[in-house]
Design a protein around this ligand. Structure first.
Ligand SMILES: *Cc1c(COP(=O)(O)O)cnc(C)c1O
Length: 449
């Protein structure tokens, strides 16, 4: 065991060091070599050291270099050194953090980390948090609590009576709602046609003046950080209106809520603390290894009611101190709090502020380089997201393809208000000013070609 793990650590460190020099996307040749890992399951087992060598030889080159500093696709964070190392140790511990009795350390560190995050995000000190796989499940969990609460207020116990025959609940979202929030709603019983969409402005912010009349059981979903522009819905205005009508307000802040951790960006999140629930990712801006997300609810009771299940199994001891499984979709779950604890402990408050601020600065630096080089920047660069157009849609698409093929950096594409655009998201601790300048130079060279 000791030799195997030491060798594996050596391989991992060599891989990470190699990211500085290698292309970001794997080549077709690298991908073809994955065949070496396929085929039918052999009758006989393999030596762990031998299969690790095989995995490294054929697997490592076929990775996307998103752990390095020049990956700007989607919103994908890096993994901080302390978080990665803690994740390994937690892997060795192999804890099931669903119940305190199965993992006292996993549950304790989860509570500590959730407390730290709650404070960094400026959420109410009473808020109950829980770790889940990502913002999709955080949205799902928080909205399950919302569903329970608004129906309870309407005199309906959804945990007992289910949804068939329940009073109608109106769900309001912005036109720019993230697709995973709609997915969470559909899993919770709301169909596409039951969701009211509020128009958004040029940056993708919900227009509070277009909110319309609110009444009856209602959930309003806000977005803190648009996945294309980084823009924030006007939380203060919407919360005031929605709460005036007795509605529940949920905030999807997968990456954007972290803006609150940086004093220079905090104004963007103004008012989100007035909401009733929040979703945020760990594997984006906190830079913990995949996968990790957190749901918070102002009042933990409806979340418990939604997640604790109808009946208790007598073999599962519930401590009475709030078992994670009473607030989570899962019973068995990995100890995500360990990685998050390590990430936060290694950064401290100032380090977290610096990580957010640095990514924003680097996004603005890239935008400036590209603008100066003749590209069109389509969004107000207020956070870590940049949208770039290179002329016609056809030309923009060709430049994105060329950037991905070239391998100096990696950026994805999108369509923003009818215009094709390249998306840049700077979300990793590993990105340096040199990475930005090298990437900008490559993009401009490819655009000129
Ligand atoms: C990434 C993202 C999600 C989904 O998060 P996952 O962690 O991928 O499940 C939801 N909403 C927004 C705004 C996001 O950026």
């Amino acid at each position: 065991m000791k030799t195997l793990l030491a060798e594996t650590a050596e391989r991992a460190a060599t891989y990470l060091e190699g990211l500085k020099g290698r292309r970001v996307a794997p080549t077709p040749g690298d991908l073809a070599q994955l065949e070496e890992l396929a085929g039918p399951l052999p009758e006989e087992g393999a030596e762990p050291a031998a299969l690790l060598a095989q995995l490294d030889r054929y697997g490592s080159p076929a990775t996307v270099g998103s752990a390095g500093g020049r990956y700007f696709g989607f919103v994908i964070g890096g993994a901080l050194p302390a978080a990665l190392a803690a994740n390994w140790l937690a892997g060795a511990w192999n804890q099931n953090a669903g119940l305190e009795i199965a993992s006292p350390v996993g549950v304790r560190l989860e509570r500590v980390a959730l407390g730290w995050v709650r404070e960094l995000l400026g959420l109410p000190s009473s808020a109950q948090g829980v770790f889940v796989t990502g913002a999709t499940m955080a949205n799902f969990s928080a909205l399950a609590a919302a569903r329970h609460a608004v129906l309870e207020k309407a005199g309906w116990d959804v945990a007992a009576g289910g949804l068939f025959g329940a009073p109608r609940v109106t769900v309001v979202v912005g036109e720019e709602v993230h697709v995973t929030l709609l997915k969470a709603l559909s899993l919770l019983g709301w169909g596409r046609e039951q969701v009211v969409r509020v128009p958004t402005d040029a940056q993708g912010r919900m227009r509070a003046d277009q909110l319309g009349e609110l009444g009856g059981p209602t959930i309003v979903c806000l977005q803190a950080g648009n996945v294309n522009t980084g823009a924030f819905d006007p939380a203060r205005q919407v919360c005031e209106r929605a709460h005036g009508a007795g509605a529940w307000v949920h905030v999807d802040g997968a990456f954007g809520l972290w803006a609150h951790a940086a004093p220079g960006r905090r104004h963007l999140t103004e008012g989100v603390e007035q909401a009733d629930s929040w979703a945020v990712d760990g594997h984006k801006w906190l830079n913990v290894p995949y996968d990790s997300g957190m749901a918070f609810v102002r009042d933990g009771e409806p979340l418990r009611a939604a997640m604790a299940g109808a009946e208790r199994a007598s073999y599962l001891p519930i401590s009475g101190r709030g078992e994670p499984t009473e607030y989570a979709p899962e019973l068995s779950r990995r100890a995500r709090g360990v990685d998050a604890w390590a990430a936060l402990r290694s950064l401290g408050r100032s380090g977290m502020a610096d990580l957010v601020e640095r990514c924003c600065y680097l996004a603005a630096r890239l935008a400036e380089r590209l603008r100066t080089g003749g590209c069109r920047i389509l969004n107000d660069v207020v956070l870590n997201q940049v949208l770039v157009a290179f002329g016609s849609d056809e030309r923009t698409r060709r430049v994105i393809e060329a950037v991905q093929r070239d391998g100096t950096c990696w950026c994805g594409g999108t369509v923003w208000h009818g215009t094709a655009a390249m998306r840049v998201s700077v979300s990793s601790w590993a990105t340096t000013p040199e990475d930005i300048d090298r990437s900008a130079a490559a993009i401009l060279r490819l655009a000129a070609e």
